[in-house]
Design a protein around this ligand. Structure first.
Ligand SMILES: [Zn+2]
Ligand SMILES: [Zn+2]
Length: 251
């Protein structure tokens, strides 16, 4: 039987963890170093389309996943100075610098979503980059497209939630199958789940105060509307476990 939350086996060659030896970020590490926590003054999740990416249901999903109000800003073009004509890509660190100046004062996080390809120093391309300190991140849908539309959408949703997780100071997950696992390639990230492992969910709950049951109910409804029955059943199972076990502080 496949467990709902699986611990990671040692990485295979070429996988993210085989190349980058990141330390586990425990809950205590997170609480001690979290640079960006929700407050009454900073509670919005802001999405900034860069170019004309197909956002589909991304804003709805972000609202369900994080339990925060989402504001989608009017689209704007990607920033010219970040464009490198010889490789026809945009420098993600420069895009981040430009986006940092656009973060509204009431935003907990701003994520730029680009329709063009990004790269970072020393890397031929990046899917995204999120700052653990500056309330800002950027990701690109350019490499996610495929004729399998549900797969393309899953990829976009994973990428978005992963990068927003970083903006909320959550580091890469090295312990469990989790949407916060680092990935080098699409094949690797396609193998990652949509959900947060229990350790990272606890960080999100501490940060935003999101109610776990309400969150799983919203996710179940979202997956149901998308026709993703396996994911909807997964969310429903988490709710059921909770009602069997009781909620913390009860009984
Ligand atoms: Zn990452
Ligand atoms: Zn995790």
């Amino acid at each position: 039987m496949v467990k709902d939350f699986e611990r990671l086996a040692p990485p295979r060659r070429g996988e993210w963890r085989s190349l980058f030896h990141e330390k586990e970020q425990t809950f205590d590490d997170y609480v001690a170093r979290c640079a960006n926590r929700r407050s009454d003054a900073r509670s919005l999740l802001v999405l900034q389309p860069l170019g004309s990416p197909e956002l589909g249901r991304m804003a709805d999903y972000a609202e369900a996943f994080f339990g925060l109000t989402v504001r989608v800003l009017p689209a704007r073009p990607l920033f010219d100075p970040a464009h490198v004509p010889t490789r026809d890509q945009y420098n993600s660190s420069m895009v981040l610098d430009e986006l940092a100046a656009l973060v509204p004062s009431d935003a907990l996080a701003l994520l730029g979503i680009a329709d063009r390809d990004l790269f970072a120093r020393g890397k031929p391309y990046v899917f995204g980059e999120g700052s653990l300190e500056r309330r800002v991140g950027v990701c690109s849908l350019a490499r996610l497209s495929t004729s399998d539309r549900p797969l393309a959408e899953r990829r976009a949703l994973k990428l978005m939630t992963h990068e927003i997780g970083h903006i909320l100071s959550i580091a890469h997950c090295v312990t469990h199958r989790c949407v916060m696992q680092g990935s080098n390639t699409l094949v690797e990230s396609d193998g990652h789940p949509l959900y947060l492992c229990p350790a990272d969910l606890r960080k999100l709950e501490w940060n935003t105060g999101v109610d776990r049951d309400a969150r799983y109910r919203r996710l179940e409804a979202f997956y149901g509307r998308a026709g993703w029955t396996v994911d909807a059943a997964w969310a429903a199972r988490q709710l059921k476990k909770r009602s069997v076990l009781g909620r913390p502080g009860e009984g």
